[in-house]
Design a protein around this ligand. Structure first.
Ligand code: NDP
Length: 252
């Protein structure tokens, strides 16, 4: 098969695919994850969101899950598959910050940040890849951060974990590319969510000064990028890091 006939047959099989996909968004009960979940549901996908606390968001299928717990993650994938079919699109979004300068950062904070932002993403990506390999189609988007690439004082553990997602995505892109599965990273800058409200005003001013568009973005603006990367049309994009940051960290 030549390259051009292979492309044509790939395009034909994509065109024949059903319009809606089975999606799992971790941390989809608020903030960026909720905006992503609503955006993909509006496009016609069958969306499950994990929620660690509280109730699932209205109108979305929720599975209670702490992503740091392998048993809960396994159950979440089973519940999503039972409701919507095997997961075809994973958005690994759940994340936390516990900031502090490294000399004063305790092991508990380091463990929590690395477990949630890196180890748990490996875990959900592993479950998702098992589901996707057999179908020979899949989309994964890992939510990193613009500061993973610039560095950020007080965020050594957070940026280490978020930078780790780039290596994870690119290695997985190599492992799964032959199966029609893409793995990409979205790197948001300042985004108006509960997480941003924890940032001190003086630090916010510094971040805004590093942002050419001079404003924070909205969760919907991040969701647009995720929607594109998980679409049929993004079939030739893998291993990419897409900043959605108003220019914060551009060029990295
Ligand atoms: P929020 O604090 O608004 O939401 C965080 C989400 O992650 C919540 O749904 C939360 O669930 C979930 N979560 C946290 N820990 C766990 C866990 N152990 N198990 C399951 N779910 C968990 O944050 P954002 O929406 O702002 O952030 C979303 C992602 O975007 C994160 O990965 C963050 O690092 C990243 N990001 C955010 C930026 C910003 O400016 N807002 C900038 C750059 C990156 P629960 O409600 O149960 O706590």
């Amino acid at each position: 098969m030549t390259d051009s006939t292979r492309s044509a047959s790939t395009a034909a099989s994509s065109a024949a695919a059903p319009p809606g996909r089975s999606v799992l968004v971790t941390g989809g009960n608020r903030g960026i994850g909720l905006a992503v979940a609503r955006s993909l549901a509006a496009r016609g996908d069958r969306v499950a969101v994990t929620h660690r606390t509280g109730e699932p968001p209205a109108g979305l299928f929720g599975v209670r899950c702490d992503v740091r717990d392998e048993v809960q993650v396994e159950r979440a994938f089973k519940e999503a598959a039972a409701a919507h079919g095997e997961v075809e699109v994973l958005v690994a979004n759940a994340g936390i910050t516990r900031d502090g300068l490294l000399p004063a950062l305790g092991d508990d904070a380091v463990d929590e940040v690395l477990d949630t932002n890196l180890r748990a993403v490996l875990r959900v990506a592993r479950h998702a890849s098992r589901a996707m390999i057999g179908r020979r189609w899949g989309r994964m988007v890992l939510i990193s951060s613009a500061v993973a690439l610039t560095g950020s004082p007080g965020q050594t553990a957070y940026t280490a974990a978020k930078a780790g997602l780039v290596g994870l995505a690119r290695s997985l892109a190599w492992e799964l590319g032959g199966r029609g599965i893409t793995v990409n990273v979205v790197a948001p800058g300042l985004v108006e969510t509960d997480m941003l409200r924890q940032v001190r005003p003086a630090r916010m001013e510094q971040y805004l000064a590093m942002t050419p568009l001079r404003r924070a973005g909205t969760p919907d603006e991040v969701a647009e990028a995720v929607r594109f990367l998980t679409s049929e049309q993004a079939a030739f994009i893998t291993g990419a890091v897409l900043p959605v940051s108003g220019g914060l960290g551009m060029g990295h």
